[in-house]
Write a protein that binds this ligand. Structure first.
Ligand code: 16G
Ligand code: MG
Length: 697
């Protein structure tokens, strides 16, 4: 697309420098890390050269770190995840595999994140990032599993590596030989790690594996998972849309995030208001960091935002992080997974301002008045919001009810906001002097917005999206790789969130085209402003900043936190108003142990079980019986979703998961109990028949 010169037109558009679009021609150079940011670039050391595998080092590593006897590794929903002592061989081998993956992409950077996310401290794992910053290509998941399970016998392992290189990197065979085909290959692997005590060792093993293959390794040290994905995505600028400034290190990531957030806040209408109004819009958020890596990163964001506040009085949120990695056990009774699954407030460990437990978030916390809370998971790729509701509304004391705003509520908030802004922008293209809708051009009505949910999405959220927001909703299989690709394939602006708080927004070419077209429009129509056009201009300024604020590589708790705060700020909403847009259907989740969970297979989006063949008809009958006992016209008219339940094999644990929702908690529990019995009976349940009450969910 032809870029437009902006230097002379800046003031007519009313854009501050931080709001200026970035194109390939004015894209800032990559910033080098400086304290407190650090990353080291490691090259294979002499006598080996970059790009050439070292056979002796590869052999030594394979011999020194054999895999455990009779153990089979699986690439789960989100990579390898096991008790940490089982992982050294996997890390050595995956370091090598990442290098080969990079070679197969002609040297594009790929990534390894050392983390087990929301699992307990004793576990660890790795998530592999492909060069576009997304999840590893499915073919490579297969190669990863094959290599992780390759025999320990070193000759077999060496020939396994040779075959992998031969079949995936054009013209690369006999890689340890001296033939012409053994000329150097470009390979680059980025590595980040979370705060687990096993992460430094495992990270160093992956680094050694990658270096042994001749790769250049960029060790970024402590990172959140989304930061690593962002860095990988930005290290391959050919894959980056022009509107997004290229920043492939931690400092750049934080700068882009904070500046785009501030740019979005600055679009607030009447934001110049001072005194009481501005005071009223001050807000503090407590962020529970699950005792993980989110804590140090939120502190950096907080510092950055304080500078922005001092610089120009931008009304940024005051973030107060709690539950740092030194404060308590990782993910233990705190963090997004705990809060969302148990619907309980997090325990607050030894944070300086809060010494009490979750029973009463009082004493210390009360010294820091706050407006709402959020919880991240251990590697900060999930976020949920929550507050304690007083009978009169939100209050800082005498809480009566814990209220959770999960991924469903986040996606409803974000998608309603985007749809509204698109509607305002649409007005310039529907007026008489428009330039939209002509051949070869995109206009706002042609940009397809939609939501991707999983079967776990609460029925009320789906009903709200379809009937009130009037947007298209697609249901995809559980797991980021599935929801991500569904958003990419179905929509120009695809919002996806799992109920557990993992989600983001993807922007496609039609969206970027609309942004450039709007820019041209405002450049040429700046002289005659009407109310509609002024609002459309605000809508454009809001929309165009989103691709930089949002981490399009993967769901990102830090970016989602700032986006949600900005939307609430622009709407002048508090959590109570947001929470009140719809009421969740009561639901129940449960897990059942079975001999072999693979006996259950499901349809493409896991809403229906295909095998055992008698299971789904029995579940259907249970749902039907419950629906008919409640059937009345009023419910149908009010779009109250019918009772629903589904079962699916877990992708991360050896269990079958059950979900049920209905109009009352009692009914949801009854439906879940019925499903538990059916799974236990038809799918080879083991141990005692589980009961919902008194059991750990
Ligand atoms: C992993 C997935 C998450 C999914 C969960 C389901 C990623 C990065 N994470 O944590 O999206 O909701 O698994 O677990 O893909 P389950 O299969 O055990 O229910
Ligand atoms: Mg996570």
């Amino acid at each position: 697309m032809k870029s437009t010169s902006r230097t002379t037109k800046t003031s007519s558009l009313g854009l501050s420098p931080s709001e200026m679009p970035v194109t390939a021609s004015n894209r800032p150079s990559i910033l080098q890390p400086s304290p407190p940011f650090s990353s080291s670039i490691l090259q294979p050391s002499p006598p080996f050269s970059s790009g050439i595998p070292s056979e002796s080092t590869v052999r030594n590593l394979l011999i020194s770190y054999p895999s455990p006897e009779d153990f089979k590794y699986d690439y789960g929903t989100a990579g390898f995840r096991y008790e940490a002592s089982l992982l050294p061989s996997v890390f050595v081998r995956m370091g090598m595999l990442a290098a080969i993956r990079s070679a197969s992409l002609d040297g594009e950077g790929v990534g390894i994140m050392v983390t087990a996310s929301h699992n307990p401290e004793r576990d660890n794992g790795m998530k592999l990032a492909d060069s576009n910053g997304g999840m590893l290509h499915p073919d490579w998941e297969v190669y990863a599993v094959q290599f992780a399970n390759a025999p320990n016998d070193v000759e077999s392992a060496i020939s396994h590596i040779n075959e992998l290189c031969h079949s995936t990197v054009p013209g690369w065979s006999n890689i340890f030989g001296t033939s012409v085909s053994n000329n150097g290959r470009k390979m680059c692997v980025h590595i980040g790690k979370d705060t687990r005590s096993s992460s430094p060792l495992l990270s160093s093993l992956a680094i050694q594996g990658a270096l042994a293959m001749g790769a250049t390794v960029v060790d970024h040290g402590l990172l959140t998972t989304p930061m690593l994905h962002h860095i990988v995505m930005h290290s391959n600028p050919n894959l980056l849309p022009n509107l997004i400034p290229q920043r492939c290190n931690e400092r750049g990531y934080l700068e882009v995030l904070c500046h785009s957030y501030a740019a979005l806040l600055r679009t607030a209408v009447n934001d110049c208001a001072v005194g009481e109004r501005k005071e009223r819009r001050k807000r503090t958020i407590l962020v529970d960091c699950a005792c993980g890596v989110g804590y140090p990163k939120i502190q950096l964001i907080r510092q950055h935002l304080q500078l922005l506040r001092l610089d120009d009085g931008c009304n940024v949120v005051n973030i107060h992080p709690i539950n740092g990695s030194e404060d308590g056990p990782l993910n233990d009774r705190c963090g997004a997974e705990f809060v969302q699954k148990n619907r309980l407030p997090p325990t607050i460990y030894g944070a300086s301002t809060a010494k009490s437990t979750n029973k009463k978030l009082n004493v210390g916390i009360m010294k820091t008045p706050y407006h709402y809370m959020a919880s991240l998971d251990g590697d900060a790729d999930r976020i949920v919001f929550h507050y304690q509701k007083h009978s009169d509304g939100i209050s800082n004391n005498d809480w009566l009810e814990f209220r959770l705003l999960d991924g469903d509520k986040i996606s409803v908030l974000i998608s309603s906001f985007i749809q509204e802004e698109i509607r305002h922008l649409q007005k310039i293209f529907s007026s008489n002097d428009d330039n939209g809708g002509k051949e070869g051009k995109t206009n706002a009505s042609q940009v397809k917005c939609g939501i991707v949910q999983t079967a776990y999405a609460n029925g009320s959220s789906t009903s709200y999206l379809k009937n009130i927001v009037k947007t298209q909703v697609v249901t995809a299989k559980t797991g980021v790789k599935y929801v991500h690709s569904a958003a990419h394939e179905n929509f120009d602006i695809g919002v996806y969130f799992e109920a557990n708080g993992h989600g983001t927004i993807l922007f496609g070419p039609a969206f970027y085209s609309l942004m450039f077209q709007s820019e041209s429009y405002f450049l040429s129509h700046s002289s005659h402003q009407t109310q509609n056009k002024t609002r459309a201009n605000i809508a454009w300024r809001r929309l165009r900043v989103l691709p930089s604020l949002v981490n399009q590589a993967v769901g990102d708790a830090l970016s989602d936190l700032l986006l949600v705060d900005a939307i609430l700020y622009l709407k002048s909403w508090d959590l109570g108003l947001w929470d009140g847009i719809y009421e969740d259907m009561p639901s129940r989740q449960f897990k059942v142990k079975v001999q072999d969970r693979s006996v259950i297979t499901t349809n493409h989006n896991e809403t229906r079980a295909l095998t055992p063949t008698s299971l789904q008809p029995a579940l259907d009958a249970a749902m039907k019986a419950m629906a008919s006992s409640h059937s009345n016209n009023k419910n149908d008219q009010m779009n109250v979703p019918p009772p629903r339940c589904f079962v699916r094999p877990s992708g991360t644990e050896n269990v079958v998961r059950i979900y049920a929702e209905a109009q009352t908690q009692r009914d949801a529990d009854a439906l879940a109990s019925e499903a538990i019995m059916l799974v236990y009976r038809l799918c080879g349940g083991v141990g005692e028949i589980p009961a919902i009450f008194g059991s750990k969910l």
